[in-house]
Design a protein around this ligand. Structure first.
Ligand SMILES: C[S@@+](CC[C@H](N)C(=O)[O-])C[C@H]1O[C@@H](n2cnc3c(N)ncnc32)[C@H](O)[C@@H]1O
Length: 236
């Protein structure tokens, strides 16, 4: 497989990260993060300390008393945390079955099953188009894969996005799911192609405003900074 159309070096970093995550698969069915224990169905993205999940989960501006939609919920840490920290209702989606099952287990484990609905969905596709949220959020897959990339392991969905197609769709339509005054958020980090991110935003007719950035960290032997960005309606 080649990385044509994407940066070969960036693609290699993504593959190394994927291999590191997959190497631990099956080793554990629980993990600890943000001071709690979580279930993990093998295959789902295991958010270890130092990955973005921990920082995003603690940093996000959750809508108090409001409805929170998380795209790409993985093991469900952020979705459960949202329900435990002021959101009245949470909808959590993921494209992989292992993530959906992990999140279901974690909503039960943490006593929020009644307020977190988990849906298997490709971005927004399986949701009712009329449903509205106070905050829509995706900790997206930041490595661009070639258009012909074939996913063979669930965890690859957490790292790679073919031609950034899913991210492009998210940027173009996330604001359509908001109540008036609601906020659409997306994460990115410095291992991804930030130039392409802004091109995608321009193509989607939106702009991105940085809300928060983490202190520098190390991930997959690289320096990385995590960012939370708000999707604004006007192009820059
Ligand atoms: C970087 S991981 C984040 C997982 C989790 N939210 C966390 O912070 O640990 C990205 C997640 O998005 C999911 N994903 C990738 N493409 C998707 C798509 N087209 N629709 C929905 N979810 C997707 C992946 O399966 C993965 O769980």
């Amino acid at each position: 497989m080649t990385a044509s159309g994407t940066s070969p070096e960036r693609f290699r970093v993504g593959m190394r990260l994927t291999d590191q995550l997959a190497a631990g698969e099956g080793d554990f069915t629980t993990f600890e993060l943000v001071g709690k224990e979580w279930d993990l169905v093998p295959g789902a993205y295991p958010p270890r300390p130092g990955t973005g999940t921990e920082w995003y989960t603690r940093t996000l501006p959750y809508p108090q008393g409001g409805r929170f939609l998380e795209i790409g919920c993985g093991a469900g840490v952020t979705a459960v945390w949202a329900a435990l920290h002021g959101c009245s209702e949470v909808v959590a989606t993921d494209i992989t079955e292992s993530a959906v099952r992990s999140t279901e287990r974690n909503t039960a484990r943490h006593g929020v099953r009644e307020r977190v609905r988990v849906v298997r969905s490709d971005v927004f596709d399986a949701l009712d188009p009329a449903e509205r949220f106070d905050t829509v959020f995706w900790n997206c897959s930041v490595f661009e894969a070639p258009e012909d990339f074939e996913y063979t392991r669930d965890v690859e969905w957490a790292i790679f996005d073919r031609g950034y197609q899913a991210l492009g769709r998210y940027l173009a339509t996330a604001r359509d799911r908001l109540v008036p005054g609601g906020r659409a958020l997306v994460t990115f980090n410095t291992l991804g192609d930030i130039g392409r991110l802004h091109e995608l935003a321009a193509g989607a007719g939106v702009s991105l405003r940085r809300l928060a950035a983490s202190p520098p960290r190390r991930l997959a032997d690289n320096d990385v900074t995590f960012m939370i960005l708000e999707i604004l309606p006007e192009p820059s």
